[in-house]
Design a protein around this ligand. Sequence first.
Ligand code: C2O
Ligand code: CU
Length: 432
Amino acid sequence: MNRRDVLIGSAALMAAPQSSFAAGSQWTLTAAAVTQQVVPMKYAGHTGVLGFNGSVPGPEIRAAQGERLSVRLKNNLDEGTAVHWHGVRLNNAMDGVPALTQDLVNPGDSFDYNFVPRDAGTYWYHSHYVSHQQVAQGLIGPLIIDEMTPPDVDHDLCVVLTDWKLDREGQLIADYDNTHDVAHAGRMGNFAKAFLPEAALKRGDRVRLRLINAAVDRIFPVIIGGLEGKVVALDGMPLAAPRRFDVPMMAPAQRMDIIADVTGDLTLEMGHRDGAYPLAALPVSQSRVPRDEVISALPPNDRPVPGKPSRDLTLTMMGGAMGVRHGGDDIWAFNNLSGMQPEPFGQFARGETAKISLVNDTRWPHGIHLHGHHFFELDANGATGDFRDTSLVNPGEVKEILCVFDNPGKWMLHCHMLSHQSGGMKTWIEVA
Ligand code: C2O
Ligand code: CU
């Protein structure tokens, strides 16, 4: 052990008894307009954005698995808002969807969220009110639920990926409802960035990298340099067998945890037709003796055991540019209906398992997200695959998912390309 390891070791020993006696984790999130240097100085000055506690992304909220998390949202914006805890299997009243699970939090008002996260892993929070606008403006932040026995790594780095659509002065272009964007791939920023915390990396260190795609519409092909290791979790949920990564495609709202050893400067780039676009970098200083323990699976979260599906449902994505005509009254539709309907897409008994075919009958990719649950993606042979909360469905693709509806309440089901959602690609389900 070197001196640094000893110091870390004793700090951890001191922290441990405290956290086990603490009455959970308490936070305040204040939403307000702020200015921030989001693009490098040489291009532009401060950008007017919306932040939580004065910054974009908002604070990294951390809580322990199974321990109560309380967050007071204070709305200092001049419009309403609400916060959704993306990917967390929580009680319905805390889900943060205005008009479906709670009232809008008006300017000057506050709202107390509190829930006990049952799953460890990487999650995030974001506004769920005119979210295609408020998320693009910056109301996003990471939420980390710590395992009871976290994996042994030297650095735990949470990276928030996003993009910004800016004018020449570096200010957000406020055309959030631009019909062209909504009907195509969504609002694409002309500047993309990964918020990566500072860390003194040594070659040979073991790192846990938590990637969160918090962009409003952009799919990130992430080119990861200087790390050799495995993907250990998707959308917060540990993989039973960690797997290799090449250039992962991350749809909006998806997360990926990697555990890897540092082999050189850590670089994150976005694959792009004009070449790799730099998102963030962390230089390495010295070297240390690399570890020889293999990268093993994270402790599993508690997954439901799917029963025999009681129903075989189809959710067909329709509309958009170059799409076929549909029966809805907006740009996008699910099954010929645009926007929230009085009746849910499905009503389920608690514990019921259903199969849903996600049919992409459009020319654009969509990232389909179900609130309050994770679901199993099925492979071409119908075998149970990854347990996710957001699934990327490419044009022309049919993806089958199996869902155990075990969380009572009213839950949104929508495209997480938030411009598509605002253009009609949303519905809801109800679990009795
Ligand atoms: Cu991350 Cu309905 O949202
Ligand atoms: Cu979409």
